[in-house]
Design a protein around this ligand. Structure first.
Ligand code: PEP
Length: 257
């Protein structure tokens, strides 16, 4: 998978006010000094309220750290109190936005149709959706993880064009592994990531299948990332808890060293 540059993305969830965000990104940047940014792309996903501060820091210090948002409104503008739109995120220089994270699906009732609308809203604003897919424990126990996750992919990509699909990033995140300390085995991750890649080929083209980065997420830490990244269809990690400490997150970015 030499063509697919590994991506390590930190989902901060509901952590860090904008002062804390600045301190964390500065610390990360300091520790990443001299790192090989050709070896891995680094992205942080702070809460909305920290995006402007992170933008100022990244632009001002020309940091090789990308950033994005954790959510996007499916609407461009209008009477949608509390929402943040794609154009607003684009203006803040966001390169990425999460769509379909299991916490949004669970706590905010986001179904495949909503996720699909958010994926399209991201593409419409030249923001790369980081599309999160994955099965819960019951589905895993029944052995239906591939069918479930592939169906989520189909739902999220309705009406998405070939050109768009080739800019997509997918994160396979088994829900039972998120924030639980229970990481999927490298083989578990590979099984579903490979199936998602095959499906991209069926929905789009061999190029889309070959070029799309598929990350694993779920209790990734510095002591388990290497085994997961060694799998041929895993192109990076979406990291929650371990992205909140600069030292640990930097170790993840430097997983090859
Ligand atoms: C996540 O929030 O996407 C995630 C994978 O969390 P954690 O790394 O804490 O399991």
């Amino acid at each position: 998978n030499a063509k697919r540059k590994p991506l390590i993305a930190g989902n901060w969830k509901l952590h860090n006010n904008h002062f804390e965000a600045i301190a964390l990104v500065q610390k990360m940047a300091f520790s990443l000094n001299g790192a090989d940014f050709d070896a891995a792309e680094v992205v942080v996903l702070p809460p909305f309220t920290s995006l402007r501060s992170v933008q100022t820091l990244v632009d001002g210090d020309k940091l090789k750290i990308g950033y994005g948002a954790q959510d996007i409104s499916q609407h461009e503008k209008g009477a949608y109190t509390g929402e943040v739109s794609g154009p607003m995120l684009a203006k803040l220089g966001c390169s990425y936005v999460l769509a379909g994270h299991s916490e949004r699906r669970e706590h905010h009732n986001e179904d495949d149709a909503v996720v699909n609308a958010k994926v399209k809203a991201a593409f419409a604003n030249d923001i790369t959706p980081l599309l999160c897919l994955g099965e819960g424990l019951e589905v895993r126990k029944a052995g239906d993880q591939v069918a479930h996750t592939v169906a989520q992919l189909d739902g999220a990509l309705k009406g998405v064009t070939e050109e768009q699909a080739r800019r997509l990033v997918i994160a396979y995140e088994p829900v039972w592994a998120i924030g639980t300390g229970e990481v999927a085995t490298p083989d578990d991750a590979q099984e579903v990531c490979a199936a998602l890649r095959v499906r991209l080929g069926e929905l789009y083209s061999p190029e889309a299948s070959r070029e799309t980065r598929i990350l694993y997420g779920g209790s990734v830490k510095s002591d388990n990332i290497a085994g997961i990244m060694a799998k041929s269809d895993v192109d990076g990690a979406l990291v929650g808890g371990a992205s909140l400490k600069a030292d640990e997150f930097v170790k993840l970015v430097r997983f090859r060293e």
